[in-house]
Design a protein around this ligand. Structure first.
Ligand SMILES: [Fe+2]
Ligand SMILES: [Fe+2]
Length: 236
């Protein structure tokens, strides 16, 4: 029989304390607890859950980038406006919202505690590299040279560099950095961080959070033939 480890005990203690705080918070009004009048109390999510949900949007945008790169490589038609729209969504939601949360509220926690310092340094550097690629994409997608053969090859290469880096980046955040927040924050700090994220999301996007942003993402998917999930199932 497997004996519970010390970390299991720590985790259980953490959850117990968190449960007490959640129980006390349930006595408050939903809006007071969440800092977000548009969501019921049951919809409260932790900071890592919030960030991982946002990674879901990132992954949908990466699939869009994949398809755009494929079309550029195969000399297939790709409307420059589609690339501009996808890069604008990547910039506005991922780089100006999601990454700002990480840079202002998550990375400093590890930098102060001295944990995962090497990883955080790389992640910060990748945010900067991602912004440079987005600036390039936004500049080139709208230029009259975007149909030029060499320019198409460059755009395809930059899209590929971006998707490769961000898949590795988000995987490390999801499996290493975000889970480690439990060990560096107290239960109260952990819950407060989730509340801060909900407030930031509401302040930036309104009462419904980022949900309305999924509409243009879905439209882009449809325009590129990515809207049918069943199409991704291999016919074996
Ligand atoms: Fe990040
Ligand atoms: Fe992230």
């Amino acid at each position: 029989m497997v004996q519970p480890s010390e970390s299991d005990d720590t985790r259980r203690a953490f959850l117990r304390q968190g449960g007490l705080i959640l129980g006390a918070a349930a006595l408050l009004s939903p809006a007071a607890f969440l800092g977000c009048a548009g969501k019921p109390a049951g919809a409260a999510i932790s900071a890592p859950e919030d960030l991982m949900e946002e990674h879901g949007v990132l992954r949908r945008l990466l699939l869009i980038y994949d398809e755009m790169a494929r079309r550029l490589q195969c000399c297939k038609e790709l409307a420059p406006e589609s690339l501009t729209q996808a890069a604008t969504l990547m910039h506005g939601f991922i780089q100006e919202h999601h990454e700002k949360l990480e840079e202002e509220h998550v990375f400093p926690i590890f930098e102060k505690s001295g944990q995962h310092l090497a990883l955080v340094k790389i992640l910060r550097g990748q945010h900067e590299a991602g912004r440079r690629i987005t600036t390039y994409l936004l500049h080139q997608a709208g230029s009259s040279e975007s149909r030029n053969f060499v320019r198409r090859a460059q755009l395809e290469a930059y899209l590929h560099l971006f998707t490769r880096m961000y898949r590795a980046h988000a995987a490390q955040e999801d499996t290493v950095l975000f889970p480690a927040l439990r060990s560096v924050l107290s239960p109260a700090e952990y819950l407060a961080l989730g509340r801060t994220f909900a407030d930031r999301e509401q302040a930036r996007f309104g009462a419904h959070g980022y949900e309305p942003l999924l509409v243009p993402v879905a439209e882009l998917e449809k325009s590129l033939g990515l809207n049918d999930l069943e199409e991704f199932t291999p016919k074996l």
